[in-house]
Design a protein around this ligand. Structure first.
Ligand code: UDP
Length: 245
């Protein structure tokens, strides 16, 4: 698969529809696949932390969620054609599930959100099979019960929406115990489905300003967003040191 090495992380160059194709293929393959959707902040964490970098690179697909990664790929001269946001890929996969017959488990976000998201997604995609829902607020000792619940549901695909890097750590640690074929780390996607945290309108996204829109909705994110300029400078000065395949 074609990837671009951004500060040591092998990010896929697939667009939204191609990423969805790949995930549908994984659903029919043996084993449990991990799909992460890193943005600049996550790549910056991985740059600083070797074990987190290795964890990300163990995934089967890392899509470019964020305009920062698209710019970074241009700087290292292996341009990703389009931003492939986790939310957009997830919605494209959900559109295809009624036809393929695979079932979906929604794990994460506040109590009640996954259930509301399930209802909205089934209304929008008649025939969609929801295997189960579970909120993302739990004690570490409840993890085995959650794994049992997901396995008992017979889910083929799990959206893990715990925020980064909790969801990436959870998936990496537990993937061997889960029977689903695909585990996707999707941050606040369920809140976007229910409208609790609406996505930026199209204009903001197409102008690469989704990050700014989110900042106006959640001003506390400013501290997390300080990673963005650092990411830009790091790619500019060190990006070329990473060998492209
Ligand atoms: N969340 C959760 N469990 C926690 C902390 C957070 O399920 O212990 C959920 C939270 O309710 C929200 C999502 O994780 O739905 C994080 O959303 P955010 O947009 O902040 O994701 P990120 O940008 O960190 O990927």
């Amino acid at each position: 698969m074609d990837t671009v090495n951004i500060l040591g992380v092998q990010v896929s160059m697939l667009g939204i529809s191609e990423s969805a194709d790949k995930i549908m293929q994984m659903l029919d393959e043996e084993g449990t696949h991990a799909v992460f959707t890193p943005n600049s902040e996550i790549i910056m964490n991985a740059y600083k932390d070797e074990s987190f970098r290795a964890l990300l690179n163990r995934a089967d697909l890392l899509t470019a969620d964020g305009i920062g990664l698209v710019y970074a790929s241009r700087i290292v001269k292996k341009p990703i054609p389009e931003r492939a946001a986790g939310f957009d890929i997830a919605m494209e996969v959900v559109r295809r599930l009624p036809q393929s017959g695979h079932s979906l488990f929604l794990f994460g976000s506040k109590p009640g959100t996954a259930e509301r998201a399930a209802q909205i997604l089934t209304e929008r995609n008649p025939g969609l099979k929801i295997a189960g829902c579970r909120n993302g607020y739990f004690k570490p000792e409840e993890t085995d019960d959650i794994i049992r619940e997901i396995n008992d549901s017979g889910a083929d695909l799990v959206f893990v929406c715990l925020g980064a890097p909790a969801q990436e750590n959870w998936i990496d640690k537990n993937r061997d115990k889960l029977n689903a074929h695909v585990l996707m780390g999707l941050g606040g996607s369920l809140d976007a489905v229910t409208g609790d945290m609406p996505r930026a309108p199209e204009w903001w996204c197409s102008h690469g300003l989704e990050w700014f829109y989110r900042l106006t909705k959640q001003p506390k994110r400013i501290f997390r967003m300080m990673a963005l300029p650092k990411f830009g400078f790091t790619v500019l000065f060190n990006g070329h040191k990473f060998k492209q395949d």
